[in-house]
Design a protein around this ligand. Structure first.
Ligand code: NAD
Length: 358
């Protein structure tokens, strides 16, 4: 059956990198039998300029009707003074909540060819391949009550509420275990169960979910230890699953183990496996329009789309191998360039990946 993909380039380098990812999808359709339809729409600042809103109705309808969404990035200096409700980032947040995307997958993969880009020793990070599964719609970021109140003595007090329902924990747990089944079959659940009742429940529910996945090994780790282990011996991890706040912090830490923001994809999934796929970086207004942005994070987001929403694991592997091949050939965009390599622009890198698919 033909799958529908909503293509939302967004702002800044978004349009440049998404164009390269689309080239890859077109090559897969033309040469490898991938049955897809793609339709583009505006989001972010570009949508505000054209339609007065960062997430126009038409874009939302397209995203809702699609099997998967490919997003570039949103934002830029031009829109920074807009009212907060109309800022480009609202387009992104609106898509996440309207599409019910509760499971955020952030792989941290270090390509051996780029081991020198990491601030950690090559032997610590070379071959690193971690998947962080972060719950995206609950936790202290959304819990109520919240606010700043004035105490009897006139002092102000800020407060937030960490809250998770069993059903929310179970849902993200299943997402993580399902992913572990397609990878190394190990899940590390991160919590602070020694101090926070909310995460005591988290641990209990994760242990219960694990019983349905006898082939997957589950271990639990306190978040402070997890942060330490990520920089001490990160290769011990396969899949890490955690709540919204811990995941926010740990996924950025894990991403930076690889040292190259232009290489890292992400996925946000709903309960049925539909997802939005995007690079972890932003719209990079400092280099927009120069044709030098690294398109590989977006191309690798296409690989995640093939694997998680389109059920095309073989083609996903093909795209990932093609990226490996171009790195082996010595092609490097400016952000990952080291002397002796061949410096490539955005389009040259995209074309090289397309050629390496065969
Ligand atoms: P950024 O990720 O856009 O850029 C940080 C640095 O990394 C810049 O020096 C940039 O040139 C470089 N960089 C990023 N992606 C690159 C790529 N593919 N190739 C080469 N170099 C790359 O973060 P920022 O500068 O903090 O934010 C810029 C804008 O992007 C802001 O408006 C911000 O709100 C927005 N933003 C959007 C998203 C998103 O759409 N998901 C995420 C983060 C930031």
């Amino acid at each position: 059956m033909t799958k529908k993909i909503a293509v939302l380039p967004g702002d800044g380098i978004g349009t440049e990198i998404v164009a390269e990812a689309v080239k890859v999808l077109e090559a897969l359709r033309r040469d490898f039998g991938l049955s897809i339809e793609m339709e583009q729409a505006l989001v972010g600042g570009a949508a505000y300029d054209a339609a007065g809103h960062p997430l126009p109705e038409q874009t939302l309808a397209l995203a809702k009707a699609a099997d998967a969404v490919l997003l570039g990035a949103v934002g830029g200096y031009k829109w920074e003074s807009l009212d907060i409700a109309l800022r480009p980032e609202k387009g992104l947040l609106g898509l996440r909540s309207e599409l019910g995307l509760f499971s955020n997958l952030r792989p941290a993969i270090l390509y051996p060819q780029l081991a020198n880009a990491s601030t950690l020793k090559p032997e610590v990070v070379s071959g690193l391949d971690i998947m962080i599964v972060r719950e995206l719609t609950g936790d202290i970021y959304f819990g109520r009550p919240r606010g700043i109140r004035i105490l009897e003595n006139g002092e102000r007090e800020g407060f937030n509420t960490m809250v998770y329902r069993e059903s929310e924990i179970e849902r993200i747990g299943r997402s993580a275990f399902d992913i572990a089944m397609r990878r190394g079959r190990r899940v590390c659940s991160v919590d602070k169960a020694n101090v926070l009742e909310c995460t005591e429940l988290w641990r209990e529910v994760m242990t219960r979910v694990a019983k349905d996945y006898p082939e997957v090994t589950l271990n639990h780790m306190y978040v402070d230890n997890a942060a330490m282990q990520l920089v001490r011996a990160p290769k011990q991890f396969d899949v890490m699953v955690t709540g919204n706040m811990f995941g926010d912090i740990l996924s950025d830490c894990a991403a930076m183990l690889t040292g190259s923001i232009g290489m890292l994809p992400s996925a946000s999934l709903d309960a049925s496996g539909k997802g939005m796929y995007e690079p972890i970086h932003g719209s990079a207004p400092d280099i927009a329009g120069k044709g030098i942005a690294n398109p590989l994070a977006t191309i690798l987001s296409v690989a995640m789309m093939l694997r998680y929403s389109l059920n095309q694991a073989e083609l996903a592997g093909r795209v990932e191998s093609a990226v490996n091949k171009v790195l082996d050939q010595g092609l490097r965009t400016a952000d990952i360039y080291t002397p002796g390599m061949h410096k490539a622009g955005t389009a040259e890198m995209g074309d090289a990946v397309v050629a390496a698919l065969r």
